[in-house]
Design a protein around this ligand. Structure first.
Ligand code: PNS
Length: 188
């Protein structure tokens, strides 16, 4: 019987418990699942590609049929390169649907043989996104239970470093706009 390999592409900046939930579900229906992190220099991510890869590798080490990889360019080209037959994507709420449908149909136009499979994460993660995790953490809120412990620690480290940097600049008399910290410069 033919083995079915799927990719789960995304930015994973940072990976959350919602991503992990979907990986677990995907690992149960596909023979092989590759978590594929998009290398997207335009997005100015909080975590480097290497950091995101390390976090995802640690998070998925318990799954025999899950691996982690990085890619750039079109998702469909990457899928073809690794001989995947499906793209796994999560849908949390109706609001995700329009964007996901658009992407799935475009991917189908580009590569008709490749199927997109949508799965729903557990309801408790239906409001969870990497963007909100970054924002809540940056503003001092707790991200416990939203991300795995190792990710929580990494996010905290990042934010502490950024705050130290910002404080140092402030004591040096620089205005916020002169600073280089992405926590002040960029809306997370
Ligand atoms: O986690 P994200 O940011 O929602 O993931 C979006 C992702 C990486 C799946 C999407 O941006 C993507 O596939 N990018 C690769 C470029 C591409 O194939 N673009 C055409 C999509 S129809």
């Amino acid at each position: 019987m033919k083995r079915i390999k799927a990719i789960y592409p995304g930015s994973f900046d940072p990976p959350t418990n919602g991503h992990l939930d979907l990986i677990e579900r995907g690992s149960k229906i596909f023979d092989e699942l590759v978590v594929a992190i998009l290398r997207n220099p335009e997005k100015d991510p909080l975590f480097s590609l290497a950091d995101r890869r390390k976090m995802l590798e640690a998070m998925t080490s318990g799954f025999d049929n899950v691996s982690v990889d990085t890619f750039d360019g079109l998702t469909v080209d990457y899928a073809l390169r690794v001989e995947a037959r499906a793209i796994l994507r999560g849908i949390r709420a109706l609001s995700d649907y329009e964007y996901e449908l658009q992407m799935a149909l475009m991917n189908r136009k580009l590569q008709p043989g490749l199927e997109t499979v949508f799965m729903m994460p557990a309801e408790k993660y239906s409001y969870l996104s990497s963007r909100l995790v970054r924002e809540v953490a940056q503003l001092g809120g707790s991200i416990e239970c939203l991300v795995p412990d190792l990710v929580e620690q990494k996010v905290r480290e990042k934010i502490d470093v950024a705050h130290k940097f910002a404080n140092r600049e402030q004591s040096a008399g620089k205005t916020p706009s002169e600073g280089k910290s992405k926590f002040r410069k960029k809306k997370l």
